[in-house]
Design a protein around this ligand. Sequence first.
Ligand code: ZN
Length: 471
Amino acid sequence: MKATRTAYSTSLNAGKHAALVEQARRLGRVRSEVWQRYGSVGGVGSGLTDRQVRDRWLADGTHVRFGVLANAWKETVRDAMADIAANLAAAKVKVRRAITRRTNDPAERKRMFTALAVDRWAEDPFLARQVRKHWKRGRNRTHDQIVVRADQYNTVVDGRGRLWLAVPGLQRRQMVRIPLSTTVAPAGTLRLILRGGRVEVHYQIDASQMRSSQRPCGGRTVGVDKGYTEALTDSDGDRHGTRLGEMLSSESDRLKERNRRRAKLRSIANTAACRGDHAKARRITANNLGTVKRDRQAARHRAGVRTEIFTAVHRVVDKAATVVAEDLTKTFAGRKTLGKNVNRRLAAWTKGVTAEALTNVSERRGSALVHVNAAYTSQTCHRCGRLGRRTGDRFHCTPCGVVWQADVNAAINILQRAGDPDIALHTPYHTVRQILRDRTDRHRARLPVQDSSPAVAERRANHPNRSAMSR
Ligand SMILES: [Zn+2]
């Protein structure tokens, strides 16, 4: 497993920066060409590898018009083909879910899974329909990246201890030397991203070498629920990543306020331009509506949230050999449906980060991650299994006469789902509801009075809403 590290350029001169930007722009056209030709149902479905694509381009001369060095466009083709493959793999996850929903017959499921895995889905009408539905035609949006293979660059430390990275430019044997703000030399394949007037050098390191990967996992089985104010609540009642809610709401407030101010400035600039005062309009656009500071602030916030969430998952894995969780990748709403709503965007994004952290940390530290069906886990009482009422962070169960902490109740339910014989990962929502109803009905039929003490029963009858706060 790999982890990404980033180094930054420091005081890079404008000429070099412009040359790199130009190279990245030309390579962006290479990417667009790859997406255009191979990024749809007709493309990768035909089973081409990036090497075959390269050979074809060399044969028909496609590569000539991009005006970049051979290694640069070849690496870019490989990278873009990998992006397309990842896009298809994400679609296949959804198709696999559709298969599980469609049939319970193991042989039929296996046949369809195999057809999907070896890209022979076109022959099966159901699979073809599902792949077309979930594999949206993508297009390239990347025009600011250069991928450099490990044998194409070198690093040198100068007399003042500064680290220089030399990468190929647009001409043969003319390297562009980039001063870096770190003393740790990047290794392996590099991804240079030209952003905010500087160069970001992204590279991968072996995650097993990271100190956090050496920490052993715990020995227990723990259920976790993704909360609103903290990253995770576990089935022991412990909360992890408690600053998350505060971080998200302050970021959301900051974004709303900033967007409001930017809109106002933009309207002032527009008014000035209409009056013919173009100098003023340009000044506002350049000085007040730039994106460098905005993007850096956003990156810093994202990094902070990621740390909070990853730390929370580490805390859980400290005590768990098995982590039981909801599959958080599943209910991802499409980017389009979120619209401009800042809160919902942030919530959807943090959910993705939590899913990533659970997978990543579990794999690195050797704990098992078990995904369970989370339908109704936040709406049922973990003690009696009946549906209850949730208000804010409290969960009221009238039959038990108890108020649970809502996230803890959900985490315990999630833990119990791991051993549930009837509710499988992909059991449909309404079926889960029916199963839960049947259980409580049976329960009621067998045990009409739960509490044998008549005094208590009477008191409960008189005060049906009597509550006790748990924890
Ligand atoms: Zn109950």
